[in-house]
Design a protein around this ligand. Sequence first.
Ligand code: 4AD
Ligand code: MG
Length: 477
Amino acid sequence: MKATKIKTLLKSSEIKKSFVVQGWVKTFRAKRFIALNDGSSLKNLQCIVDFENLEESLLKRITTGAALHLEGKLVESQGEGQKVELLVEKLEVLGDSDPEKYPIQPKKHSLEFLREKAHLRVRTTTFAAVMRIRSKLSFAVHNFFQEQGFYYVNTPIITGSDAEGAGEMFRVSTLDAKNPPLNEVGNPDYKQDFFGKETNLTVSGQLEAETYALGLGEVYTFGPTFRAENSNTTRHLAEFWMIEPEMAFYDLTDNMDLAEKFIRSVLKEILDNCFEDLEFLDDRLVKEDQSKPQAERSPMGLREKIKFVINNDFKRVSYTEAFEILRNSKQNKKKKFKFPVIQWGVDLQSEHERYLVESHFNCPVILYDYPANIKAFYMRRNEDNKTVRAMDILFPGIGEIVGGSQREERLEVLEKRIEEMNIDKKELWWYLDLRRFGTVPHSGFGLGFERLVQFTTGMSNIRDVIPFPRTPLNASF
Ligand code: 4AD
Ligand code: MG
């Protein structure tokens, strides 16, 4: 008999029928009640071992963390808390678990402790809920774009161009690290490396996605991205997943409209389909909040926040307007910002973004038309010749969740910018070709998938929403 998922059994009305279940013991009480979980559901299946001839030696092997194969009859539950339970008739221990050594005990563990046990943490209710939502979100991302007629393109992970400038890169090389061949000036000679040039892990698939947008029309990437910044924050990973749609014939407004529609659509999918997991994470957040001082507590519950984003338009504000709001804020006047807002053109720090989103507007904000000097070379220059058609989406509790722009489609303007920024033009010959042969206005953005999972699950540290986080000094597992 094939095993039935616990999720299915908990909803089943096939009383008295026999079933097989397989999973891991969460708890075992009174030598009788096993709470079994197989990952399919937040809830455990209560399984009752109450048959003759069950040897004491077998009973001893039913410990927290052990893997079991059970066969029995589904019956209406006598106890509280569940509709049905399984009366076990046959029990097999598939994998023992030493209760003294198993780290995931049936008690509350700190998230920090569980990060050290990342190979087992998905056995906890919290991580299982987060990872189920992460999976659903990925699917919702593909679903949204596929339904809109976008094509999924896989851009390279190893890249030979370091022109994007989005962050520090990880070098990819097969040269002998101890004794690399050297060139005339005494540096490692990458001409002798695997690709005959210096290569790195990609920081973004955008430039390559642009080539596909200018042929397929509307495309998106969804893949791993690498940044070697030494930033130990709750919002940065060295390896994260990014979704990057890129669209021909879109201007910046079309780009913002798409981003809003996209975020709403995937959040709605989760709200509609992940009821139990969301309810659990919502309660978890409420409990966590209770241990915080009043001022730091969240004004909204998790589901309330998600609904708010689904039901309210994002506030669209130009950099210049935002700059004025910040400059004139009490916060700034009382010198409460670590980085005072004085000069138009400064890059906004996360304290400024938080002020705008969490204190001033109290809703997601799209900032657009940034000063050219704080943005990448490929963004389209505005008529004022000072700003570019950039847009960042800022979320409460998260900060920047999306970064995007309309792209510079005019060859001369783009070439001039590349020169001004001292970027090697030769490396970008293929990117410039797009402006030589059938150039069109086009736009795109990048959404950090883990930041979206953070928002949806209410997890405050980005390390807790990716199975195996990669951060400075941390690449175990
Ligand atoms: O703003 P970024 O750097 O934009 C780009 O890379 C563009 N090429 C995207 C595009 O237009 N196609 O990154 C985009 C998003 C950020 O808004 C943030 O959500 C996320 O990627 N992100 C990170 N997430 C986790 N850890 C990091 N170190 C991240 N850096 C950026
Ligand atoms: Mg950015």
